[in-house]
Design a binder for this molecule. Structure first.
Ligand SMILES: Cc1cc2nc3c(=O)[nH]c(=O)nc-3n(C[C@H](O)[C@H](O)[C@H](O)COP(=O)(O)O)c2cc1C
Length: 433
């Protein structure tokens, strides 16, 4: 047990790796439907004492999508299977506030929290892409409306999680009392977007409330995170940008009367590991060589939110109106292109490699140094680790980078407790009033 501030690590789990061409590497195994592979990866992360494994999600499919996103398991179904083959690692899944119902969401995550004995986390997303609406018989709300809906949605979910006192189910055979009527709280929520009576039909879960993660970096996204989240996922390109985001987020947290130290900011982080810097750089170049620019362009276009077909691939990115879809990512990529003077082609390849997340190619020491630098300079409390391909990219990180972080006293050698809350050093929320 150490009192030194520790890096939090998440495994960003994707069936075909993170680099768009990672699955083509001769050593790669892939398959979003390959439970055996996913199980091994999460068990590897657990053996290395990662805080959590994380599943992103979307509600559409396209053959032009990133191979990890063309087809994938429904994340809560997958989490319940993973809960049965792991013991300590946190289990996080993405679920949309625009296309979900608070009652379903509250119930599903409370169920995972029970099944995993206190390891569940919900990644709250508002769903960027308007094409999603075509699968749900409804219209896609505007960016800021999506966040207004999300604010109320999260409050309803948290209210439902407090439907029952911790000791509401005495199962007293003598008195014939299975559930105690004095220990139930009916939510009776009537709001702008939702009417939810309650109570929830599952007992209060081991963590009280499953952990809340928020991923969405615009102003309204940061406000939602600052008010409600325990972890914030984000995409940041440079130390300076990450520091600006970190400061902005933490001051908003304080603005909501919360302790900034109780909210962990975790940018995505892609390690490309070699024995030498040259070997690591060559590995990344090789992966980029397998990337077909015709496949990379749709990935860029959906993040920028505009078709780029009319522009010269070897020219610079034109000035485009800010997209309503993935607002913060469109800003990040535009800034990146301007700062590094990238052509459209180069920017598309960068998105194909890491989707706008921070990529570090280097030796294990280079990678550990960068993680330490951001961690110690107000830019990150941890990382959502995105190996370019599986399982090798994760195996290398665990074998070569994690021990360096441990030697430096920056990462745990063992779990401190059984629940995800314990890994994050967070107290259990007070029982319902
Ligand atoms: C790091 C990160 C991860 C995200 N992961 C998902 C995801 O898995 N599924 C999803 O539908 N949206 C995801 N989003 C999108 C957000 O929920 C949000 O809709 C989008 O970022 C637009 O909001 P913003 O402008 O506040 O960032 C993610 C966003 C970020 C920044």
């Amino acid at each position: 047990m150490t009192s030194q501030r520790q890096i939090h690590l998440g495994l960003f789990l994707q069936g075909a790796g993170h680099h768009v061409s990672g699955w083509r590497h001769p050593d790669a195994e892939s398959g979003s439907e390959n439970f055996d592979l996913l199980r091994r990866l999460v068990q590897t992360a657990e053996a290395a004492k990662f805080d959590l494994a994380f599943l992103a999600d979307g509600l559409t499919s396209s053959v032009d999508a990133h191979p990890s996103m063309i087809a994938r398991f429904e994340p809560l179904t997958l989490l319940s299977a993973l809960a049965m083959v792991t013991e300590r690692i946190g289990l996080a899944a993405t679920s949309s506030t625009t296309y979900g119902e608070p009652y379903h969401t509250a119930r599903a995550f409370a169920s995972i929290d029970h099944l995993s004995q206190g390891r569940a986390a919900w990644n709250i997303v508002t769903t960027s892409y308007d094409r999603t609406a075509k699968n749900f018989s409804k219209a896609h709300p505007q960016h800021d409306d999506r966040y207004a809906i999300a604010e109320e949605f999260v409050d309803v979910v948290r209210g439902l999680w407090d439907s029952w006192d911790d000791d509401a189910f005495p199962k007293d055979k003598e008195r014939g009392l299975y559930a105690d009527p004095a220990k139930v709280h009916v939510l009776d929520h009537e709001g702008r977007y939702f009417s939810v009576k309650g109570p929830l039909n599952i007992p209060r879960s081991p963590q009280g409330h499953p952990i809340l993660i928020q991923a969405g970096s615009s102003g309204p996204g940061q406000d939602l995170a600052a008010r409600t989240a325990d972890i914030v996922f984000t995409a940041q390109q440079s130390l300076e940008e990450a520091q600006v985001f970190y400061r902005s987020l933490k001051s908003r947290v304080a603005g909501f009367g919360r302790d900034p130290a109780t909210v962990a900011v975790m940018p995505g982080f892609m390690p490309v590991i070699g024995r030498t810097l040259a070997e690591a750089s060559e590995k990344l170049v090789e992966l980029d060589r397998w990337t077909d620019i015709a496949k990379a362009m749709p990935l860029l276009e959906e993040r920028i939110g505009h078709s780029l077909g009319a522009y010269d691939l070897d020219g610079s990115l034109p000035d485009l109106p800010l997209s309503d879809q993935l607002r913060s990512r469109a800003e990040l990529l535009t800034e990146l292109a301007r700062r590094e003077k990238l052509t459209i082609r180069q920017l598309a390849l960068r998105v194909a490699a890491g989707r706008g997340h921070h990529i570090v190619a280097g030796t294990p020491v280079d990678i550990a140094d960068r993680m330490q630098l951001w961690f110690e300079n107000g830019a990150a409390d941890g990382y959502n680790v995105m190996p370019p391909f599986f399982p090798v990219g994760l195996d290398e990180f665990v074998a070569e980078v994690v021990p360096l972080l441990q030697e430096r006293g920056l990462f745990r050698r063992d779990y401190e407790g059984p629940m995800l809350r314990d890994h994050l050093g967070l107290r259990r929320p007070a029982p319902p009033a």
